[in-house]
Structures are given as C-alpha cells and as structure tokens.
Design a protein around this ligand. Structure first.
Ligand code: HEC
Ligand code: HEC
Length: 354
C-alpha cells in the first residue's frame, strides 16, 4: 500500500478521535462544573492556607502561580484532590466542587503574575538536612514556619512517637476533616524523608511543652484587687513532657502594694505518677523592682508536669490597685535549641484589669 493511501485512511480516523476528545473534554465541564463566583473564591482563598504556598494573590511562591492563567475546573479539581507533585491532597469535604468553581472564577478574574512572589519561609543559612527537607522538599515550612513550632509542641504534649507523626501527615484529614492541611502522599514525601524530619524535630531541636498562661483580675473587699495567674501544662497525663525550672511573675500595678500572695497546684485530671509538689509559700520570691521601674511579684517552681495547673494570686491595695496586671512565664527546660542564645521558652500575657 502506498504512503498516500495510508494517509487518506489516517486522516478521517484522526478526525473522529479529535472529535471524541473534544466531546470528552466538553461534556463534564457542561454537566458537572458548578457556576462559581470570584467573590466566593476570594473569600475561601483569604480564609484558607492555599495562599501560604501560592501567594496572597495566587501570584505563585513555593507553589506555582494560578492567577490569570485560564485554568479550567477539571485542572484545578485534579490538582487539589490528586496533586501530581508534593502538594498535599485536599478532600472534597475541605474543597468542594462549588469551591473549586469559585476558585477558578477567582483565579481567572486576576491578572497573570509577571513573576512569582517570595517564599513565606526560606531555608536558614547552614540549616541541617532535616530542616532543609521540611522547608524545601515537603513545604511544611510555608505553613508551620522554619522550626515546626506547633507540631513540635503538640508532639511534646502527646509524648508522641513517629507513628503519631506519620498518621498526622499522611492521613491528616482523619483527625482534622475540615482542617487547613491536606494529606501528604507517601509516594511523593517518602517515609525516609519524613523520618529525617522527625529526627531533626525530636533530636536536634527537641519537642516542646504545651504551656498556657492567663491572668484574671477580680475586685475584692475593701477596694483590694486579686490578680490570679493560672498556668497549665495541657499535655497528656502520664505521657506529655514536663516543663522544668520555671519562673513566673506578675506586675504589681503602680500605686499599689501587695498585701497577700498565695499559690496552689492541682492536677487537671487524676494522673498517676504526677509527683511534683509546690508547697504553698515556698515558691514565692516576693516583690522585686524591674529595670523599667515597675514592680513584679515572682515565683519559682522546679517542674509543672502534664495535666498540672498552678495558680498564683496576689492581693494588692492602693489607689492604683485596679490599674491592671500582666504576667511573664519562662521555663528553661526543655531548652529550645532551635534558637541559639535563647534558653527555654516564655509566654507573656496581655494587661488585664478588673
Ligand atoms: C505545601 C504548599 C502547597 C499548598 C498548601 C497548596 N499547594 Fe497547590 N501546589 C503546590 C505545588 C508545589 C504545586 C505543583 C504541583 C505539585 O507539587 O503537586 C501545586 C499545584 C497546584 C495547582 C496546579 C497548578 C498548575 O500549574 O497546574 C493548583 C490548581 C493548586 N496547586 C491549587 C491549590 C489550592 C486550591 C490549594 C488549597 C486548597 C493549594 N493548592 C495548596 C503547593 C501547594
Ligand atoms: C497548608 C498549610 C500546612 C502545610 C503545608 C502543612 N501543615 Fe501541618 N498543619 C496545618 C494546620 C492548619 C494544622 C492544624 C490542623 C488543621 O487545620 O488541619 C496542622 C497540623 C499538623 C500536625 C498536627 C499537630 C498540630 O500541631 O496540630 C502535624 C504533626 C503537622 N501539621 C505536621 C506537618 C508536616 C510534617 C508538614 C509537612 C510535611 C505539614 N504539617 C504541612 C497546616 C499545614
């Protein structure tokens, strides 16, 4: 058979195939893509954390630019639910078809980006491998910062192991079905890579302790005011890490003096093995003047274990008694070696008035 004849046969076949492709491409768009609005897409974009990787205006950053590219419903739906690279996959509960349609309308309402924006989190100079991996390779750093502060804190409170970590990375939406983080794929972010990240978190910088602090102010009899600082280690009983070597202070309002101080410690839920005790008065250090001329009442404690709650109260009297107080809580262990030169961690509360 001559070349000419084969071509004559091939052309009609190609024509039919092209038509079939065209129909396949058009049919789902016509039947299943909801009508989206740019305003709803923008509202989702501004509330969710896609922007942490793709830029505030979808101009691109860690992830590619999406603005003004004429992306289709199918393309975006596929990218969100079955990403082809390292991007985490989002479920239809997190990103519905309607949301995809809204996002498409929003992206296509924006001007195309001339160049991508900067990464939110970049690799610090001299970063060890585990830290490089979590920022560059996996993209965790775009949402969690360069030292994975929150996951390290949650893991410390759980007394977590690698299995816990893997579950929350690969099957994240089982624990957080409507969360802002999707499910990472083992094929793209391998267990070896994740283990290197975990080793860095637990061995190089170490896990953190979930400590909370809050001040409460209440007017008492005779114009006195009670300021109470409540500090809790919210980690899991018997499992979470303890905070050690703690210092607590509360501002004594200007124009007032401390007429009473007390301390109490309780366990949030009954926990076996919670043995640390803080004798009522032993931890109280009295009132000291600070460098800026204000006075603080302070306490020390060796340890606050998981599910322990410690409260410190000062009763103040004087014209300025209602002026408000705020607290500072610091614990030296575990040391957060992620920040060289910074020992331990601290919390500072806002000013609270009765
Ligand atoms: C951890 C960073 C990260 C987050 C968070 C993220 N993406 Fe992505 N996205 C990427 C990367 C990287 C790619 C490139 C392909 C890949 O890696 O899967 C991508 C690809 C895409 C694409 C395909 C773009 C193209 O050029 O084909 C779309 C669409 C998209 N993402 C939308 C979203 C939406 C919507 C969200 C939020 C629900 C989101 N992304 C969250 C990093 C991210
Ligand atoms: C799109 C932003 C985003 C990215 C990217 C991301 N996370 Fe998250 N992550 C979150 C948010 C937000 C939560 C809180 C639960 C939720 O909303 O899903 C969370 C929760 C977690 C938790 C559960 C413990 C906790 O702190 O609540 C772990 C562990 C975790 N992330 C680890 C990682 C790791 C490891 C990576 C990279 C492989 C990563 N995350 C990437 C946003 C992100």
């Amino acid at each position: 058979m001559g070349t000419m004849k084969r071509m004559m046969l091939a052309i009609p076949i190609l024509g039919v195939m092209a038509l079939a492709f065209l129909l396949l491409a058009l049919a789902p768009a016509a039947s299943s893509a909801p009508i989206g609005t740019a305003a709803a897409g923008k509202a989702f974009w501004d509330a969710q954390w896609c922007s942490r990787c793709h830029g505030a205006n979808a101009e691109g950053a860690y992830g590619p630019d999406l603005a003004g590219r004429g992306l289709s419903f199918q393309h975006v739906a596929r990218a969100v639910h079955q990403p082809w690279g390292v991007m985490p996959a989002y479920t239809t509960q997190q990103v519905s078809d309607q949301t995809v349609a809204d996002l498409v309308a929003y992206f296509n309402s924006l001007p195309a980006a001339s160049e991508p924006g900067p990464w939110r989190t970049t690799v610090p100079a001299g970063a060890p491998l585990g830290q490089r991996l979590l920022i560059e390779t996996a993209g965790c750093g775009q949402c969690h910062g360069d030292v994975l502060g929150n996951p390290r804190r949650s893991a410390g409170g759980e007394g977590a192991d690698f299995a816990w970590f893997e579950e929350l990375v690969y099957h994240h939406t089982q624990e957080f079905p409507t969360g802002r983080m999707g499910n990472f794929s083992k094929a793209r972010l391998t267990e070896d890579t994740l283990l290197a990240i975990w080793n860095w978190m637990t061995q190089d910088v170490g896990l953190r302790v979930p400590v909370t602090a809050a001040v409460n102010a209440a007017a008492a009899a005779d114009g006195n005011v009670n300021y109470t600082l409540t500090v809790q280690n919210t980690g899991k009983a018997g499992k979470g890490l303890a905070a050690g070597n703690l210092y607590f202070s509360m501002v004594v309002p200007a124009g007032s003096t401390v007429v009473g101080a007390s301390t109490s410690r309780s366990t949030l839920v009954s926990a076996s093995g919670s043995s640390s005790t803080l004798p009522a008065a032993a931890g109280y250090q009295g009132v000291q003047a600070t460098a800026d001329g204000s006075n603080v009442a302070s306490w020390l404690a060796p340890v606050v274990g998981p599910q322990e709650k410690v409260t410190f109260t000062i009763t103040v009297r004087g014209n300025g008694a209602a002026g408000g107080s705020q607290a500072f809580v610091r614990w030296l262990s575990p040391t957060r070696s992620a920040s060289p030169g910074v020992d331990g961690e601290y919390i500072q509360t806002g000013l609270v008035r009765p």
